[in-house]
Design a protein around this ligand. Structure first.
Ligand SMILES: C[S@@+](CC[C@H](N)C(=O)[O-])C[C@H]1O[C@@H](n2cnc3c(N)ncnc32)[C@H](O)[C@@H]1O
Ligand SMILES: [Zn+2]
Length: 280
């Protein structure tokens, strides 16, 4: 992370205070090793390998024993995503859908060169460089540390220096309200277990979006094809929960916090939604 990330960060746990930074290793503007501390609740977060580790306390591995259903399912996905980083990029259907999905996502998002953008659930960075090259600064979050490391390595290789990486739960984003001009989240919402945590996720994404800003989000579609061959919800290999949305389910979830401007279902496999945060 670069020091400038402090301008947008706030404590995950108390959700109130900006953080103070102490570091032991930096390279130019990049903080490679250090810690971030909340002056209010005194929680301390590590920065390691340049990634700010800002998971909520209940998702930390040590808390498995007392985890409720949603927390246990999230922890199971975190482990699976860490283990499957190499497989993810080899999924042929993602590469195929990407040919249509990426241009549609970019159109809906409408990034401008002066924008600060958030990619929530960046994974191994299938789309990250497309976003990075169209805005001034990009912040990527994911709860899988191995996915973030892979995404960061790709970004560094490409020379895109303006991307910061944060390990975080999309349902409890560690950012101040309204700081992002654009928010994008591709194929993540379907993996968030329970209606309550999906509501938290949409609430969290819209909280950090600036008034008048766009959010572009894609999620599995419970299409005619999936009604024939798939299930409404279940688990992929390794314990990755999924939920397939009807158009009405997705619209009513997003409309709790945002103005839903379009939901495109042409890709059959998932929906792509364009939303806007109302002014004021
Ligand atoms: C299907 S992958 C999509 C990755 C990337 N957006 C793409 O389109 O290729 C879902 C990603 O969301 C992340 N994820 C799922 N639930 C999350 C949560 N609650 N907080 C943060 N990341 C989450 C997973 O670790 C995984 O990297
Ligand atoms: Zn705090």
């Amino acid at each position: 992370m670069r020091e400038s990330l402090l301008d947008v960060l706030q404590c995950t746990d108390c959700g109130r205070h900006p953080l103070t930074l102490a570091y032991s290793r930096r390279q130019d503007e990049a903080i490679l090793e250090g810690s971030l501390t909340c002056p209010g609740c005194h929680r301390s977060y590590q920065v390691s390998n340049g990634i700010a580790r800002m998971l909520p306390i209940d998702l930390e591995a040590a808390n498995v024993a007392q985890a409720d259903d949603a927390v246990a399912l999230k922890q199971s996905e975190m482990r699976a995503r860490d283990e499957q980083v190499n497989d993810y990029e080899r999924m042929w259907h993602l590469n195929l859908f990407g040919k249509l999905e990426i241009p549609a996502t970019l159109r809906y998002l409408n990034l401008k060169p002066n924008h600060l953008a958030l990619e929530a659930g960046c994974g191994t960075g299938r789309m990250t460089l497309e976003f990075a090259r169209r805005c001034a600064r990009l912040v990527c979050i994911d709860f899988s540390i191995e996915s973030l490391k892979r995404c960061a390595a790709k970004t560094a290789q490409s020379g895109a220096a303006k991307v910061d990486f944060v390990q975080a739960d999309l349902c409890r984003l560690p950012f101040r309200p309204g700081v992002f001009d654009r928010v994008v989240s591709c194929q993540v919402l379907e993996h968030i277990p329970t209606l309550r945590s999906r509501e938290e996720a949409v609430g969290s994404l819209s909280r950090v979006l600036a008034d008048g800003g766009n959010l572009c989000l894609s999620a599995y579609q419970y299409s005619w094809l999936m009604r024939l061959f798939g299930r409404k919800q279940g688990q992929h290999s390794g314990g990755i929960y999924y939920f397939r949305f009807t158009r009405n389910e997705l619209r009513s979830l997003l409309a709790r916090n945002l103005v839903v401007e379009a939901i495109n279902g042409a890709l059959v496999y998932h929906y792509i939604a364009r939303c806007r945060k109302a002014n004021g």
